[in-house]
Design a protein around this ligand. Structure first.
Ligand SMILES: [Cu+2]
Length: 648
């Protein structure tokens, strides 16, 4: 037996390389071969209409509908939730328990998904049911207004939705965002719904899940001052660990820890929130932009607060082409961005692993919502489906950010209550549409839709890299991990290592033209190339600031020269709700390419590397936003002093 002290180096090695111990199998090639590039392909039926949709595992989508007369049955009544298996294109009904009509949803640090709020119990036609506790035929749906439903996703029938308590107040059309401690914040909504919010039923507050003992909803001045078009407020956690919140024309920074809001300038050009329903996304957080958050808003409709008349001729009203960006941790001002080539409402912006954004779904005229009046198109407040998807490149020069990129139009109108999400193979699933109080299948321009289709971006059929060594879990700071790529993965060109990135994508919860929690972060990496054109990526974990990418599941893609691997679903953070451990960043080794035996090796510094090939891990090289109070002391103090940024 060796002396005990000899074990120490081995133990240290084990500590230094935790990723190797729990590496996932390398992703392979997509199951679909020779997909129709740039085109939509109808692949299956979601059983219930996909008003809400999220990718819960690598293999399964989870679908949530409102209570309505779906043919799929469960426990003797129509189902309003399902699990959709991507491999078999088969749906299975699930029990969402209470009425999930226009609920919000989000993911927690432990990988469970929460669906919040909804509507009262209804009977046919969306009318109130005689019983609010599930006793009324035909739907037997309990009131969902305060519901908190939790699911830990799996790939079979062993996981089911369960009620885990109630919110303190009713929320219909509330938004959900995952916080840097892996809880979620639940914000806004109203008690009973309707076309837009109103003073008699608004819930201008936020609360948290899990709630701490004694928690009470906190009032948001932004939601108080932005009636009526402030349902489904748009919100993102910023790297400064504050929330950027946008509703109607209002904008605010919410320091949810201090329960204090700061007013920012109004949204230009158009309302982006429901029911104007613009497309929105946080652009990728990258080493090149120092993981600085910029948020993009496009389309919607310019409607003044007094003009939200449910009897107006909404389906004929023009939508907006305008786009603006804001980088809230740097500047409080919205900046003009390129107009979308065609106008739209109810569009979803989907972050692709390449960092570009696919913009699809919705309508060219009108807004979200439905009614029964003669001002509708078969109940719909919108018309002229926006069949043509567009691609946005955040890094393209101004004037050149939008392109059609070979994308063909869909044949299915994705009107109100549509959804979309990125899939692990880099394609995008599109589903839903039902601008009706209850299921309408025939005799109407925009019937209730059950068909799910997939659109295949231009990279789809290219041979995918198959990176080895993807860790099951990635933390904040600490030691780097290695991913290996074969010569085939690198296209037999070792210089492709210089065009390789490792990205995390949280696909989020899709509903009402939103993808709540959606964000992308590019990890910092260097590389070592081998003479045989294979290579190793040295990949830094997420920088030591959980607000950059709140903890929870994420897709990890390795993108080689614009071609993404199939993703693996990894865990970011501790896997538990609570303050996330952070570690000081460990400098990455320099990038280099090893020469063949007999010749000398050469350094091939990556962008940002120093001249001697030693790349300084940027997160350790300069003061960054992780010193949250430091950044905000610098940004907020002068603004507040100038009287522009007003604590409310
Ligand atoms: Cu809705």
């Amino acid at each position: 037996m060796p002396p005990r002290r000899r074990l120490a180096p081995l133990a240290l090695l084990a500590l230094a390389l935790p990723a190797l111990a729990d590496a996932l199998d390398a992703p392979g090639q997509p199951a679909r071969q020779n997909a129709p590039l740039g085109q939509y392909d109808i692949v299956g039926n979601t059983l219930v209409s996909a008003q809400q949709l999220f990718l819960g595992t690598e293999q399964n989508l989870f679908v949530i509908d409102k209570v309505e007369n779906n043919a799929a049955q469960l426990d003797g009544h129509p189902a309003w939730a399902s699990r959709y298996a991507l491999a078999s294109n088969k749906g299975t009904a699930m029990d969402a328990i209470t009425n999930t009509f226009c609920a919000g949803g989000g993911v927690l640090a432990n990988g469970s998904w929460l669906v919040v709020g909804g509507n009262q119990a209804v009977t046919t036609g969306g009318d109130p049911a005689s019983s609010q506790n599930g006793g009324a035929a035909p739907y037997h749906d309990p009131d969902g207004g305060k519901s908190l439903r939790l699911l830990t996703p799996c790939d079979d029938d062993s996981c089911q939705w369960e009620l885990v308590g109630q919110m303190s107040t009713r929320r219909w059309y509330a938004s959900v965002e995952t916080l840097d401690d892996g809880r979620v914040i639940i914000m806004g909504g109203d008690a009973n719904g309707g076309f837009v919010n109103d003073a008699g039923q608004t819930n201008p507050t936020y609360e948290f899940f899990p709630a701490a003992a004694g928690d009470q909803p906190v009032t948001s001045p932004l939601l108080q001052r932005t009636l009526p078009a402030n349902l489904f407020p748009l919100m993102w956690v910023l790297p400064s660990a504050r929330l950027f919140v946008q509703a109607n024309f209002g904008t605010a920074i919410l320091d949810y820890k201090a329960q204090q809001e700061f007013q920012l300038p109004d949204m230009p050009h158009a309302v982006r929130t429901y029911p104007a329903s613009g497309g929105t996304a946080m652009l990728p957080l990258t080493p090149a932009n120092n993981w600085t958050a910029t948020i993009l808003f496009c389309s919607g409709m310019n409607v003044s607060p007094s003009d939200w008349d449910p009897n107006a001729a909404w389906p004929t009203k023009a939508t907006s082409k305008s786009c603006v960006r804001i980088t809230p941790d740097v500047s409080q001002n919205y900046e003009e961005d390129d107009d979308v080539p065609s106008p739209r409402s109810m569009g979803n912006m989907i972050l692709l692993p390449t960092g570009k954004i696919l913009y699809l779904n919705g309508a060219q005229t009108g807004v979200a919502g439905y009614g029964t009046g003669s001002n509708t198109v078969g109940d719909s407040y919108a018309d002229n489906p926006a069949f043509q998807p567009w691609l946005y490149d955040p890094d393209a020069p101004s004037g050149k950010r939008w392109s059609m990129d070979g994308l063909s139009p869909s044949t299915i109108a994705r009107m109100y209550h549509s959804s979309a999400t990125l899939l692990p193979d880099g394609s995008v699933a599109v589903a839903g549409s039902s601008p009706h109080p209850d299921v309408v299948l025939t005799g109407t321009k925009f019937p209730t839709e059950y068909r799910i289709e997939i659109i295949y971006p231009s990279y789809y059929n290219t041979r995918r890299p198959e990176p080895q060594g993807i860790p099951a879990s990635i933390g904040y700071g600490g030691a780097f991990f290695n991913l290996t790529l074969s010569a085939a993965d690198l296209g037999n060109d070792v210089t492709n290592l210089n065009r390789t990135s490792v990205v995390l994508v949280r696909t989020g919860y899709s509903t009402h033209a939103l993808n709540m929690q959606q964000r992308m972060l590019v990890l910092e990496n260097t590389y070592t190339g081998a003479a045989d054109a294979s290579g190793t990526l040295h990949v830094a974990p997420v920088p030591p600031n959980p607000a950059l990418f709140p903890p929870g599941p994420a897709l990890l893609f390795v993108v080689v020269d614009g071609t993404p691997s199939v993703a693996r679903l990894v865990n970011v953070g501790s896997g538990a709700i609570g303050t996330q451990p952070t570690r000081p960043p460990v400098p990455l080794p320099g990038s280099r390419v090893l020469a063949a035996a007999g010749s000398s090796s050469s350094s091939a510094p990556a962008a940002g590397a120093t001249g001697d090939g030693t790349k300084v891990h940027a997160a350790s090289a300069a003061p960054r936003a992780w010193g949250l109070s430091g950044l905000w002391a610098a940004v907020l103090a002068p603004l507040a002093f100038a009287g522009v940024l007003l604590p409310l």
